[in-house]
Design a protein around this ligand. Structure first.
Ligand code: ADP
Ligand code: ZN
Length: 438
């Protein structure tokens, strides 16, 4: 396996700060003008603020531009943020919204190339290259993980095994039979693969697998340690979000000390989530991105809700692009369960579709160390239910489970509890109790 952690594509990881800024600014001017000229939504926003693209004269003026929140993507569903005609759009992806309607993101052919480059550079940063076999166990489909790693892996020239998620026994079998050297999936799914392999009598440490590209959900240093020890691989972070493209917005390098952001494509800012004022490098706040060269649906100052801080110093790997610290929290109520984004309001909406439920519920998240996320919804039901026969209770639970699955795509456990037993709160209700060990 000959892998070099550098090629001509990754040269942009090593530019001087001034050169990088120059490139960023050139791209920024172009994309802002494009959004204004071709995206009716962006045009209306700037008009409302009495701004013209030419009023933004340097990055110091960027704060004058409005933010884009997830709500904007919901309000403009499905096509309201597009800034190119449909005949330039070659693919849609989507991620969960709050009410059953997803967030839609469109890509031109060139947008897809930018995204693939992000993944390509991520894999390079891990020391992966042609000759490596990538078992891509991220889900294929509207979710960005599968096709994101697929396109980026192919762009770099590794051998991609498009196995998608699930069917864990087959994952282990093919990993062994094909001699996969790299695996990509959520870290929690990989823990499941580790357990399944043990059950099948396969010792992953004996296999050629040596690198994991793990992301789409938060994970901890403890989880990394466990994965590395049990599977005999190096576990690296890959970060991204559907609105900006998908995985490959940033990735760790072999030093595993922060996730490098591919800033020449995705311009990051950190803001105070309360005051919305920009914060300097080193301070923790909400990460905001501007896509510098995506045209189907440019994201200008998109609020990710991810809380982190940026590190400006050159990394020991030589990369000058900034790193972000591990994401540990979000500033909204989105929860990520087995890599699927879920909002408590979706669960609430599902519950309220069903007769006999009350608006009093709690979402309990658990994950035994090394296990998969489990989600239980505790639900108060009207008194009558407790006098009914058990059989009715079971069919009622099934109905609730189906409805939640229909809206969120996840399977939950339902427990019915006595009316009045869920603690009432005087302020914001604590809907989510997250006991997961990550
Ligand atoms: P993805 O397809 O990458 O999961 P989504 O749009 O569904 O994209 O979810 C994006 C969110 O997932 C991010 O805003 C962040 O909260 C979380 N996320 C993605 N990658 C990571 C990561 N490596 N570490 C922590 N959180 C992550
Ligand atoms: Zn580095």
């Amino acid at each position: 396996m000959i892998s070099s952690s550098r090629n001509s594509v990754s040269d942009f990881d090593y530019l001087s700060k001034d050169h990088l800024k120059e490139i960023q600014w050139q791209k920024f001017e172009t994309v802002l003008q494009h959004a204004y000229d071709n995206g009716p939504w962006y045009h209306a926003q700037l008009d409302q603020l009495k701004l013209k693209p030419s009023d933004i004269k340097s990055f110091d003026d960027v704060h004058k531009l409005p933010f884009i929140s997830k709500q904007v993507l919901r309000d403009t569903y499905p096509f309201g943020l597009f800034a190119v005609p449909m005949d330039k759009i070659v693919r849609f992806h989507a991620s969960s919204g709050t009410t059953g309607k997803p967030i839609v993101v469109a890509h031109t052919r060139e947008d897809l190339a930018v995204w693939a480059e992000g993944v390509h550079r991520s894999l390079l940063a891990y020391g992966v290259g042609p000759g490596d076999i990538l078992q891509n166990a991220y889900g294929y489909g509207l979710f960005t993980g599968g096709l994101g790693l697929h396109d980026g892996g192919q762009a770099l020239g590794v051998t991609v095994v498009p196995i998608s998620g699930g069917n864990t026994e087959r994952q282990v079998m093919l990993m062994r039979d094909f001699g996969a050297t790299v695996i990509s999936c959520t870290p929690s799914y990989f823990l499941h693969i580790i357990d399944k392999a043990a059950e099948m009598g396969v010792d992953l440490r004996e296999l050629p697998i040596r690198v994991g590209a793990f992301g789409a959900e938060p994970w901890s240093p403890e989880m990394r340690q466990r994965i590395e020890a049990e599977a005999g691989i190096k576990a690296y972070d890959i970060y991204g979000l559907t609105e900006i493209c998908g995985p490959g917005v940033g990735a760790e390098c072999v030093h595993q000390d922060g996730t490098h952001l591919f800033e020449d494509h995705f311009y990051p800012e950190i803001i105070d989530p309360e005051t919305l004022e920009p914060l300097p490098d080193g301070q923790v706040g909400e990460l905001v991105f501007t896509t510098l060269d995506r045209f189907a649906m440019p994201m200008l100052r998109y609020r990710t809700r991810d809380l982190t801080s940026l590190v400006a110093e050159t990394c020991p790997c030589g990369r000058t692009i900034r790193r972000m610290k591990r994401i540990r929290a979000r500033s909204d109520d989105m929860i990520i369960i087995r890599g699927v984004n879920v909002f408590p309001s979706q669960i609430e909406a599902a519950l309220l579709h069903i007769e006999g439920t009350t608006p009093h519920y709690q979402i309990l998240l658990t994950r035994e160390f090394g296990g998969l996320d489990e989600i239980e919804v505790k639900l108060e039901v009207v008194q009558e239910f407790f006098s009914d026969k058990i059989k009715d209770v079971e069919s009622f639970q099934k109905l609730v489970r189906h409805e939640i699955h229909r809206i969120t795509g996840i399977h939950v456990k339902i427990s019915l509890v006595q009316p009045g037993s869920i603690p009432r709160s005087e302020g914001k209700a604590k809907r989510v109790i997250d006991k997961r060990v990550i």
